[in-house]
Ligand binder design. Structure first.
Ligand SMILES: NC(=O)c1ccc[n+]([C@@H]2O[C@H](COP(=O)([O-])OP(=O)(O)OC[C@H]3O[C@@H](n4cnc5c(N)ncnc54)[C@H](OP(=O)(O)O)[C@@H]3O)[C@@H](O)[C@H]2O)c1
Length: 239
């Protein structure tokens, strides 16, 4: 999968799946631009990415900043959107609806705002890849908001693929992936969750961020693929 002479923008590219995607795109020959909300995350990520990678602090909830960011970036080839914050599972009974609404801000409306601004900057042959999750089709109890969010994002990718054609738009649907997203849990609780999931999954393990990065690269380089979702979930749909 070669991305030589191509420019790749990763929103959320300072941690977890986005950082792994930035590494993989750079290894495939791309010039990578990362963005996320905290300058400290940008500095840390640039410290480990290839020397020609650039980074900008950008809060996707600030629509003017999103516009200014893409004006500065100019033309590029592939957009990966992996921004998201820790999401609390909430039973429907007694749900805090304002908090539930808030969980759509970065993942869904941030993606929509980013695409709406970025699309005109993407060169012919380029692509957009969003992030959803296997909770779309395999929700557990308490996952109503998380599952709906994934469903909305996957549907968004399909609709964008139609509206923005021939620009390709796909979505990656990870299962449980070992990443800093879970750092709100204690290390012991994280490991217990990973172990429990590994026992359930046909793959016998949870995912690693590099597993998911490969799906992002596939979406960027598979020129006949658009409007579809790529599951990377260790077989979660089967159990
Ligand atoms: N890990 C999993 O098991 C899993 C499973 C299914 C789906 N997903 C989804 O995959 C996506 C990435 O997850 P991850 O595991 O890579 O999480 P992560 O390691 O926590 O990375 C999240 C990234 O989003 C950035 N971000 C957060 N708020 C932002 C904002 N307002 N503006 C711009 N950037 C922002 C963070 O950087 P800053 O803090 O600097 O802003 C960070 O770079 C999320 O949407 C998550 O829901 C993850």
């Amino acid at each position: 999968m070669s991305l030589t002479n191509q420019r790749v923008v990763v929103i959320g590219g300072t941690s977890g799946i986005g950082l792994a995607t930035a590494h993989a795109a750079a290894e495939a020959g791309a010039q990578v631009i990362i963005a996320s909300s905290r300058q400290s995350s940008i500095d840390a990520a640039l410290g480990e990415l290839s020397a020609d990678t650039t980074g900008h602090a950008l809060d996707v909830l600030d629509t003017r900043a999103v516009q200014a960011f893409f004006d500065e970036v100019g033309e590029f080839d592939h957009l990966a959107y992996t921004a998201g914050e820790s999401l609390r599972l909430m039973p429907v009974d007694g749900m805090d609806i304002d908090q539930a609404r808030g969980f759509f801000q970065v993942r869904f409306f941030g993606a929509l705002s980013t695409v709406s601004t970025a699309a005109e900057h993407i060169r012919p042959g380029g692509s957009i890849t969003l992030t959803s999750g296997s909770a779309r089709t395999r929700p557990g109890s308490g996952w109503s908001v998380a599952s709906s969010l994934c469903g909305a994002t996957t549907s968004l990718a399909g609709a964008l693929a139609v509206e923005l054609a021939p620009l390709r738009v796909n979505v990656v649907e990870p299962g449980i992936i070992r990443s800093p997203l879970w750092s709100g849990m204690s290390p012991e609780d994280q490991q217990a969750m990973y172990d429990q999931q590994a026992e359930l999954l046909p793959a016998g393990r949870v995912g690693e961020v590099d597993d998911v990065a490969q799906a992002f690269l596939y979406s960027m380089t598979q020129s006949f693929m658009t409007g579809t979702s790529v599951p990377v979930d260790g077989g979660a749909l089967l159990v």
